[in-house]
Ligand binder design. Structure first.
Ligand code: PLP
Ligand code: COI
Length: 342
């Protein structure tokens, strides 16, 4: 049990930080057991587990926010529960019932309450639920046993720049996901497929990549581990694609955009349209909103710039979203749930 007094909350990276407990639950003999807390960071898993061979694995990401009023809030956790069920369906895993998801996430936050970063530090407690085939198979077929677990880690912003414009790179020579593949669910294989171009981009000084649609390479898909949006003519524009993850943050920003009087367009976004945006950004739980300052196309050796300061619409969206999460802006859509008793 660590002492949390010496944690430098304001300078936490987006990374793993050991906390006290995680919560686990097995699916065996056709039913889910009870979620149990453990302090071990390790899992003992069968060497023929389907997760290890055939990629039967999916995960989620959500955060607990310490509000200005001292309360701790989870943001739209029901959407994460639903998306994990979609991911499970997509790769033939046992689905985690919403009630079990709820019990596990609330329990893990309560047990690790001392790791929830204080309000005003910019840091939050990141929850990482994961589900995988733990039962053995050698033929390519679904496991009969699954492990669902949730761990937490206090984190700073995903992009070290925080709410400052980042440079991203268009990728044409790799695909993250196929149009009828698994891009719309949150399975580990998508992230493995994106690692090679992402590492190249990091090495070359870019915060992230911008994937294009795999079939034609004509449209914007998403910005690494975040969705893409552009702003122009008082309109919030975000890609429609079968190969991007339906981001809960993006869905929320679309609603906030409407609430503050913008039009919203979710439609294919051609690559050439990038030059017409007044502002651009990447959004996600980990990324929050990361304004995009520059987009570089290595094949054309061309750069599009949006300036080195966040634009006014991005600022408004960011402040409203953070405000709702931290309890300083009225939660008119009932997106947050207070974690009682901590
Ligand atoms: N796109 C990808 C590929 C992601 O991994 C994530 C993160 O979960 C997102 C987008 C953003 O989704 P959300 O806002 O639900 O966190
Ligand atoms: C999230 O935003 O929660 C994510 O899952 C992104 C992650 C891949 C770092």
């Amino acid at each position: 049990m660590k002492n949390t007094e010496n944690i430098d909350w304001g300078n936490l990276p987006f990374g793993y930080f050991k906390t006290d407990y995680n919560v686990r639950c097995y699916y065996r003999d056709g039913k889910w057991g009870k979620p149990e807390a453990t302090s071990s960071e390790y899992i003992s898993v069968h060497m023929a587990a389907t997760a290890l061979h055939y990629g039967q694995e999916a995960f989620e990401g959500l955060k607990a926010y310490r509000g200005k009023d001292g309360k701790v809030r989870l943001f739209r956790w029901q959407e994460n529960a639903r998306r994990l069920q979609n991911s499970a369906k997509g790769i033939m895993m046992a689905e985690v019932p919403a009630a079990l998801f709820e019990e596990a996430i609330f329990k893990v936050v309560e047990l690790n309450a001392k790791y929830i970063p204080p309000y005003g530090t910019g840091a939050t407690l990141y929850l990482r639920p994961l589900l995988f085939g733990s039962g053995p198979q050698v033929g390519v077929k679904p496991a009969e046993e699954y492990l669902f677990m949730v761990f937490v880690t206090p984190v700073g912003p995903y992009f070290k720049e925080g709410f400052k414009p980042v440079a991203v790179e268009v990728v044409r020579d790799y695909d993250r996901a196929a149009p009828k593949g698994t891009g719309h669910i949150k399975v580990g294989g998508n992230y493995a497929a994106g690692m090679r171009p992402a590492e190249r981009a990091h090495k070359d000084g870019f915060a992230s990549v911008l994937f294009l649609d795999a079939k034609e390479k004509k449209y914007i898909d998403e910005a690494g581990p975040a969705n893409f949006f552009g702003i122009k003519n008082n309109t919030y524009v975000t890609p429609q694609s079968t190969s991007i993850l339906p981001s809960i943050t993006n869905m929320s920003l679309e609603q906030i955009a409407r609430d503050i009087g913008l039009s919203v367009e979710r439609r294919p976004v051609p690559l050439e349209e990038l030059e017409t945006f007044e502002e651009a950004g990447a959004c996600g739980t980990a990324a929050i909103i990361s304004p995009i300052g520059k987009i570089y196309d290595r094949i054309l050796d061309k750069t599009i710039s949006y300036g080195d300061k966040p634009g006014p619409v991005s600022i408004k969206l960011y402040e409203t979203l953070r405000g709702i999460q931290e309890g300083t802006v009225e939660d008119t859509h009932q997106w947050t749930t207070v974690v009682n008793g901590i």
